[in-house]
Design a protein around this ligand. Sequence first.
Ligand SMILES: Cc1ncc(COP(=O)(O)O)c(C=O)c1O
Length: 372
Amino acid sequence: MKRSDPRLSHRAWADEAVRRIEADVQRSSDTHLIPVALPWPGIALYLKDESSHPSGSLKHRLARSLFLYALVNGWLRESSTIVEASSGSTAISEAYFARLLGLPFVAVMPKSTSPEKIAAIEFQGGRCHLVDSAAAVYGESRRLADETGGHYMDQFTYAERATDWRGNNNIAASIFEQLELEPDPIPRWIVASAGTGGTLATLGRYVRYCRHTTKVCGVDAERSVFFDFYRTRDGALVRGDGSRIEGIGRPRVEASFMPDVIDAMVKVPDVWSIAAMVALGERLGRAVGASTGTNLIAALLCAGDLARRNESGSIVTLLCDGGDRYRRSYYDAAWLDEQGLRCEDEQRAVETWMDTGVEPPAHLFAREGLLR
Ligand SMILES: Cc1ncc(COP(=O)(O)O)c(C=O)c1O
């Protein structure tokens, strides 16, 4: 974009940047809502398919909101390097928008991140800066942004602030709009897992703002602090290890995780997340990511909760991204062996659960706010 009077040109540059992002929205269509058959009469499940965004995951919405938030705050310049701490999905989506605006992009991520995600970021013109542990991404991102005179997007802090929870085509408004002609247009439960917690914050705030009776169920991965934080509200909780389910689960309590807008919480062992990922992929005829498996387990627990209360209604959860990003991890038998995550038995149990409603032993899934 042409340089001119630095004071005016900055404002003109930012105006053009906002126009480009809005034009990108205009060119894009909304993501689909896919019904999935369940064995309980009167209980329906829908998947919000966020893998169909141009940058391939639910993070496309967040990345767009973070760029607009930074632009309207005057935090970006035509020479700004964008830096983000991400396990991959957010970085892929932010690299997409950085390229749209002609800005350099650096993703700071654990070196355990899947090679497919690294390739996807580089395909969008981004650069990957690998660090040893998940806990090191924050400090290193700050350092790199200071070093380059760039901007640290910081999804973990701003996810809940940058997204418009009143509507404006956020994920919640889109779900309710797409359910309007369904037998139960106001879902009993909306289920989502947490990485930043931004998606859950948007869902929880929207249903409260619209005064819907819908309840929000949060889901946590195995190696993460969110579930224990939800129960204890101990904000100082930390873990030394990182989550094995990419995109969700965190070693510390993130600023965008809002427990007060979440009505129930479930914790899912990693082997069941992967088992559900495979079982669902076979029903859909295409591979999904592991965090979608985590979501499915909690959605089935919510369905069981309704069935035990002899109640009916609809449940919505998220298909967060496609499985093609995990060929060399969750879809690789050798990797599963190495991680001790072979899940054939669990996969069969999930299939039985989805066919007959027979739930695996209750002790397997810690839950708060749901009937056992
Ligand atoms: C694949 C995947 N699923 C789920 C999530 C969780 O979304 P949120 O950050 O809004 O909590 C993420 C976040 O990065 C993700 O990458």
